[in-house]
Design a protein around this ligand. Structure first.
Ligand SMILES: Cc1ncc(COP(=O)(O)O)c(C=O)c1O
Length: 486
């Protein structure tokens, strides 16, 4: 029977991307183990992307207690729950229609939550005001990004909308751009300078793109994913000036804003810098900033909630953003409530304050330790160099691979770092991401999420180190030891 559905060739293209290919190999190996296949490891460890709770990190008690009470209000009578948990649950339930999390909300989110977010941003930016009407809650920050990209996308050929995108990009970005039918214009980050953004390189990329497509926006990941770089105020000002001069929208992914651990490093938001510049910038440069519940201390990826704040945007465009979010009807209410708790945590004097502080500090300490420890161990391996991360959740080491594996990858038509990841997965059950340079630099990288329990990272580093040493030993030759399944 002929199916009414068909696979769009563009989707087919995304389906064979390295992450998806490696994901399905990891699933196959896991299934083989569950069916009793003998392997030199008991389970596959996936550190290719951020998903802290899958990796074994514990959820924050306060978040879960409030959500549990909102879902099952009879818990308001439970004496074992802290008083502030019950008060918060009560307040959140009052914000929901019908006093229930089972009711629909406005498509851009509960007004109560948008107000909390606006207050959080105002506090974070030392008084630069934020307004609930400029906040759009969405089912994850990627969803909000998609809405903006779809609003931006138009034209064909040399008029087709393009977005300046960093290399390396967040690994999910190419697929989102592709789905929105927007052309990526790559600009290279400077690896030797800790993956700093280079303004001349941005200008070069822009000039090279003009005439071939229509660049309308710059995508920035700050703190950087997967690089761990944090931009300073001067660098942000430079980008804002360029955006103003070239009439480009700024799309700023700031989801790792609360995971900065590098010495003498601090996160400053694009919005704060913009509002502290002259009026010609502060009142004209269009900016969209994204934040997410998925990243760092809260790590509630599966609850699916994020938001964007839009600045200096035409009210007509804001209306369309709202209309596009309407197709989701609304962001899952539990996610919206968790967002409220993320931006409005317990304060000193609240019953939950000590536990909340201990739990979040433990997560941050684990992240900081893992990023430093991982960096030291990986930098010591022959044929591997690693820039230290200042923030975020990834390490992104560079590989100098032996000619043998590079030739093998070429003959198979895959990138050498993808082949490396495949073999590591097959031989050691460790799933790390392959670099996303798409042939632009000819270099090879790995992406490791270090927001995992310490012993998990130890296990990953031990297995990765032993695989890597075998690979680099010309007599060991793991490059030829197994069949390739690509
Ligand atoms: C740069 C970046 N943005 C956003 C996200 C999270 O997306 P979402 O909020 O849709 O879960 C991630 C997580 O992988 C990320 O690394």
């Amino acid at each position: 029977m002929t199916s009414l559905l068909h696979v769009n060739p563009r989707v087919r293209g995304i389906g064979v991307s390295s992450q998806v290919g490696l994901q399905s190999l990891a699933a196959q190996i896991t299934q083989q183990i569950s069916m009793g296949a003998a392997k030199p490891f008991k389970e596959v460890i996936d550190v290719s992307t951020i998903d802290p709770q899958r990796a074994g990190m514990k959820p924050i008690s306060f978040i879960r207690q409030v959500l549990a009470t909102c879902l099952y209000p009879q818990l308001l009578d439970d004496r074992s729950l802290p008083q502030d948990v019950k008060l918060r649950a009560q307040r959140l339930l009052e914000a929901c229609d019908g006093g229930s999390v089972g009711s629909y909300t406005a498509s851009s989110g509960l007004l109560h939550v948008r107000r909390s977010i606006a207050e959080f941003i105002t506090r974070r930016d030392a008084g630069v005001p934020s307004y609930p009407e400029n906040i759009f809650v969405s089912a994850g920050s990627q969803r909000a990004l998609m809405v903006v990209l779809k609003l931006l996308g138009r034209g064909e050929g040399d008029t087709r909308t393009a977005v300046l995108t960093p290399v390396p990009p967040p690994h999910t970005l190419p697929a989102v751009l592709d789905e929105a039918q927007v052309t990526p214009v790559p600009y290279l980050l400077a690896e030797e300078r800790g993956w700093a953004l280079d303004l001349d390189e941005l200008r070069r990329a822009l000039a090279a793109a003009r005439g071939r497509c229509e660049p309308r926006a710059i995508f920035i990941s700050n703190p950087g994913n997967p690089t761990g770089h944090v931009q300073d105020r001067k660098s942000i000002e430079d980008v804002i000036r360029l955006a103003a001069a070239e009439r480009l929208l700024l799309l700023v992914d700031e989801v790792y804003q609360d995971s900065v651990f590098g010495p003498n490093t601090e996160f400053v938001s694009y919005k704060k810098v913009l509002f502290e510049m002259d009026e010609e910038f502060a009142e004209t440069v269009e900016l969209v900033s994204f934040h997410s519940l998925s990243c760092t201390t809260i790590g509630e990826c599966g609850l699916r909630a994020g938001y964007m704040e839009v600045v200096n945007m035409d009210p007509g465009v804001m209306h369309f953003a709202d209309t596009m979010l309407c197709t989701d009807i609304n962001t899952p209410v539990t996610g919206q409530l968790a967002l409220d708790l993320l931006v409005n945590p317990p304060t000193p004097g609240d019953d939950s304050y000590d536990t909340y502080t201990q739990e979040t500090l433990l997560t941050r300490a684990t992240l900081t330790h893992n990023a430093q420890h991982g960096h030291e161990l990986l930098s010591d391996l022959p044929g591997m160099s690693c820039q230290p991360a200042m923030a975020g959740v990834y390490l992104y080491p560079r590989l100098q691979l032996p000619a043998e594996i590079r030739e093998q990858a070429e003959s198979l038509g895959v990138d050498a770092d993808v082949l490396y990841c495949q073999k590591l997965l097959e031989e050691e059950g460790v799933f790390v991401g392959a670099g996303h340079h798409g042939g632009t630099t000819g270099s090879h990288h790995l992406r490791l999420c270090v927001l995992v329990p310490r012993d998990t990272l130890e296990d990953v580093l031990a297995r990765l180190g032993s695989f890597h040493l075998r690979l680099m030993d010309p007599d060991g030759g793991v490059g030829t030891s197994r069949e390739t399944t690509f």
